[in-house]
Every structure is written in structure tokens, then in C-alpha cells.
Design a binder for this molecule. Sequence first.
Ligand SMILES: [Mg+2]
Length: 365
Amino acid sequence: MDENRASAPIASIDVSAYDVPTDGKESDGTLEWDKTTVVVVEIAAGNERGIGWTYGARVAADLVRDELAGVLRGKSAFAIQELRARMDQQVRNMGRRGIASMAIAAVEACLWDLKAKLLGVPLVVLLGWGRPCVPIYGSGGFTSYPDERLREQLGRWVAEGIPRVKLKVGREPSRDVHRVRVVRDVVGDAQIFVDANGAYTRKQALELSRAFADLGVVWFEEPVSSEDLEGLRFLRHRVPAGIDVTAGEYGYDLSYFRRMLERGAVDVLQADATRCGVLNFLGADALCVGFSTPFSAHCAPTLHAHLGCAARRLEHLEYFHDHVRIEHMLFDGAPSPRQGALWPDLSRPGFGVELKRADARKFAV
Ligand SMILES: [Mg+2]
């Protein structure tokens, strides 16, 4: 075997950031926004070029450029475990969670894409198949939407064959039961998920869970802050049995996921590989195996389609409106759902996507 092929030294690291305006006013229970920033990392080695990304702040791009690129240059693109450990070390003094973790996650995703390309296989083949596709749930239903838009968006997903949909709740608690009813009227038998993004108090969430259960809601995400593990556990044991209490999207490392599971805070653990990285995402999945707890992927559908097919406890991934839109605008090869699932494209290596440079340019920041 050619030693150069086995080592594939990293030749260059490029990073870019894009601000993509939303297609209307968007808010959830605790946040309002009018744009989404995607930070894209590209790494070249041995005639291939990997791509990885995260959704976060533009400053993550500076962090990749100023702090992480130097750690990577000249090292083997295949040494992902080593590079991940070095990057974690590099950001020790600035705090590993949050922005630093997102920057590392974008680089790590890129390294996995690059490795798969160097080996000439789709990423899911490199990681090892568990299934051919990942079930998805349509996610949007922002609290800023008038009823008509709520009906149109969630109704369309169900009409397209996606049998589960999620809306945001928590901004005006007195309107939330009405909004869920609007959705129930248009989605028929489809499953309804709600996400409060931590907006409710414990008692408020408990009371609303009963009305939600009457409307067939099966998923109650972050009814209280995901930092309130006691509160999540309190609700988990008191909401109607048909409702799962879920959280985990702000997890950056395995100790976070372990703590959430040890404390019995969730019925389903969520994780986001664009925040915690591929290795920690698969680690969270392994923890779910150990704790006999279902697992669900948060957002970034194109990236999670591959990881999700390799995860052992994954139930579904979040087909999030903003990210679906951005990934189809910026990435050639972003998958579209079939039969309520995403299917990794087996005809293309890595994540199976290329940055549409000309289209992306107008959003560059
Ligand atoms: Mg959420």
C-alpha cells in the first residue's frame, strides 16, 4: 500500500460564512430571527476537497481560521480522532462549549466528508450502515406564523408523505392550544410534535400537556429550559403517557448527554452533530443504547441523513424549514424526502454535496 495514500496530508483549510435571510418573520418561544448564518469549512488533501458546516455565528469562521487551521495543516486527513483531540485541546482556555464546539464540529464534519471522498465512498458506507434511510419530521410552524401559514406549511409536509410535523409554542401560551388545533385540523392522523424552546414554567407546561394530549400531541420538546434537568424529569413523570419529553440540542460533549440520561430527564435524547461533532453525535447514540433511550437528530438534514443511517437508536431527524431551504439553496446534491424519509445518495462520495459557489456568493459575510 502506498504510504502517501494512507496518510493524505492536509494541504489547505478554507472557511467561509453566509448570512441567509429567512423567507418571513420567524420566532419560537424564546427567540426571534430574520437570518441564519452557515459557516462552511473546506479542507483539501490528496486531490480531494471535503466540505463540512455548522449553523451559528460568523465568529465561528474566525475561530476556524485563527485557532484551528494551524492544528490541522500538514497532518493526516485520516487521523480524525487525533485531530479532534488536538482541536479540543486548542480551545481549552476559551471554553469548549458553544461557538468553539460549533467551529470544531464544522471541521470534523469536513474531515469525515474528506475521508469518505479519499476512499471514494458515501459517508454512510464509511460509518457503517444501520438502515437505508432516516425517517424525518417536518419542523417549522414558527410562533410568528399566522394560522394560514401554519396550515399551509405543516399541511404540505403531510401531503408530501411526511407523517409527523412540529410546531413552535410558548411565545403566547394562551394561543398555543388554538394553534395546535389549527394544525390537527389540517394534518389528519399525522403525529404532532411541539417545541417550547424552554418558554414555559413547570406547572404551565404540565397544564398545557393535558390539552396537547387531547389533540394527539406525542412529543413535547424543551417544555422548560433544557438546563432544568429536575424540571424535565418532573414533567416526564407527570405528563400524559402518550407524550414524550425531549431535549438535547444544546449538548456539546458526552458528559452533557450522559448527565441528561442519568438524571432521567428525557424520554428521547436529541443531539446535533453541527454543534457537538460527528464523534460525539455517535457517542450520544451509543449512550442511548446503554440507557435504552430513543435518539433523534436536530436539524441540518443533509448532514444528519448520513449519520442517522449509521446511528443505532435514531428514531428520526428534524427536517427543519430554515436548514432545508439553505441546504437546497447552497448545496448541490442536498437530498429531498421520499416516503417520509431522507435517503443518502449512494452515487456520490462523502455527504454527496458540493457548495454552489456562484449562488452562495451573494450571501457571503
Ligand atoms: Mg428545539
